[in-house]
Design a protein around this ligand. Structure first.
Ligand code: SF4
Length: 86
């Protein structure tokens, strides 16, 4: 099998490095996932590797958590938009 190896060198400069990962994994069953994700999103907003993190999550089709400041639902939306415009 030929698998694409994605670089994770960016994560050395992650703003979330060493933080409690629970912050980045809000309960997806909560009615207001967005509000629960606000703390993680605020951290991501100041992260210098946000774009690389988001692209990694999109490429890997990460199903859970906040990556690059986006929830799984928001990442699905981006992927849909990219497919439409391809
Ligand atoms: S964008 Fe957010 S989740 Fe990604 S490395 Fe930065 S702080 Fe961590």
């Amino acid at each position: 099998m030929n698998r694409v190896q994605l670089s994770t060198a960016w994560n050395k400069r992650a703003a979330c490095k060493g933080m409690d990962t629970n912050v980045f994994y809000p309960d997806p069953d909560t009615p207001d996932e967005e509000a629960e994700a606000a703390v993680a999103k605020a951290i991501c907003a100041s992260c210098s590797v946000r774009e690389a993190c988001l692209e990694y999550a999109l490429a890997k089709r990460e199903k859970e958590g906040i990556w690059g400041g986006m929830t799984e639902r928001e990442r699905r939306r981006i992927l849909r938009q990219r497919r439409k415009s391809a």
